[in-house]
Unconditional design. Structure first.
Length: 367
């Protein structure tokens, strides 16, 4: 509401400044050039008529007729407006031209009814003589039509701008709703897999399972509090990734080669939470085997204007990469949607799969 009031106030001030410049023009001309005194009265009368045409069309005819699909009535009303004020202007011209100054005298006298108006230039000290009807009609009609279409165009542009702002606000609300929905899908999926890992670890090493529960509590605190703010610090997101990786190490065997290179010193900044963890989770879920040699490689580079994340893992026979989100898993499709919503045309996600390796390369432009 305050933003709308500021916009209305700005519009009013803009109109007032425009009229101040227009009405101050005669004063400027008087200073720079020798102008007859009657010119001011003529100028202000014409300005008043033009202003009435502009604002009646701008404030009444366009909103009540043109925008309500009553275009024929609008055009007829606009023509009637122009004709009405033409008679007002013509009457003003007659009144002003009914008086003629006497040379060397500032007094005026009423012209006899049967005396013809001399079309010559006005004599010094008197009222500025308006043009005769032919030229007056053409000049008036041209300026009136221009003002009608100018005010119409201005009102249409303002309405279009308002519609675009409403659409942007709706898109922003839709974006926030979809992001919240996608993030809420990630959290249950993550907990489900992690609890399964801890359950399998209890029978192997109770002490390690206790450490795993402690790490899980830290992860839960991050998911429940830090990530709920919409944005989080990149350093906290990396800590979360490290905690998750350390948690997953507890269930890996000697046959798994794990290579993690996450930055420690960098310029911290805010970023959307849980952007990278689905790829890491997918790698641990499908990239390791207790019977065959396997590997997982995770790295991140933070530059001045971008983040480059890479994740690679081995593929074993009979293990399919979850990319569709079927069977209760979120998969990688939701991650693609989330990146598209958060960084439209500012990210590059490449996912490739060979017979024995699955690779993810993600670059996010921050500038």
């Amino acid at each position: 509401m305050k933003k709308e009031k500021r916009e209305v106030l700005f519009k009013v001030i803009l109109h007032m400044l425009a009229w101040a410049v227009l009405l101050g023009l005669p004063l400027y001309l008087m200073i720079r050039f020798e102008v007859k005194e009657g010119f001011f009265l003529t100028f202000y009368i014409i300005s008043l008529i033009n202003g009435l045409i502009f604002y009646i069309n701008y404030l009444l005819l366009v909103p009540r007729l043109f925008f309500r699909k009553r275009k024929y009535r609008y055009y007829l009303s606009a023509l009637a407006l122009i004709a009405c004020f033409y008679f007002v202007s013509d009457f003003s011209m007659k009144v002003l031209n009914e008086k003629e100054p006497v040379a060397g005298n500032t007094e005026t006298f009423d012209r006899p009814p049967d005396e013809k108006i001399n079309p010559g230039p006005p004599r010094g000290g008197g009222l500025y003589r308006l043009p005769l009807r032919g030229s007056h009609f053409m000049g008036y009609f041209s300026s009136a039509v221009f003002l009608v279409f100018f005010s119409l165009g201005l009102k249409v542009l303002e309405r279009q701008s308002k519609i675009e702002k409403i659409q942007e606000e709706m898109e922003r609300e839709k974006l926030n709703s979809e992001l919240a929905f996608l993030k809420n899908q990630i959290s249950p999926h993550f907990f489900f897999n992690t609890l399964n890992n801890i359950y399998s670890l209890v029978s192997i090493s109770p002490e390690d399972s206790q450490n795993a529960i402690l790490r899980l509590s830290k992860l839960m605190r991050y998911l429940l509090y830090e990530s709920e703010q919409g944005n989080t610090m990149l350093s906290q997101e990396i800590d979360f990734m490290n905690n998750y990786i350390d948690l997953m190490k507890l269930r890996t065997s000697d046959k798994v080669t794990l290579n993690v290179r996450l930055p420690e010193k960098f310029e911290d900044r805010r970023i959307a939470p849980l952007l990278f963890i689905p790829f890491i989770e997918n790698a641990f879920k499908h990239g390791i085997s207790n019977r065959e040699k396997s590997f997982i490689e995770i790295s991140m580079e933070i530059n001045a204007g971008s983040i480059i994340f890479r994740c690679s893992n081995s593929i074993h026979a009979g293990r399919d990469i979850d990319t569709s989100g079927n069977k209760g898993g979120i998969g990688l499709e939701n991650v693609k949607k989330r990146l598209g919503l958060l960084f439209p045309e500012k990210h590059d996600l490449k996912i490739s799969e060979s017979e024995k390796q699955f690779d993810v390369n993600l670059e996010i432009l921050l500038a």
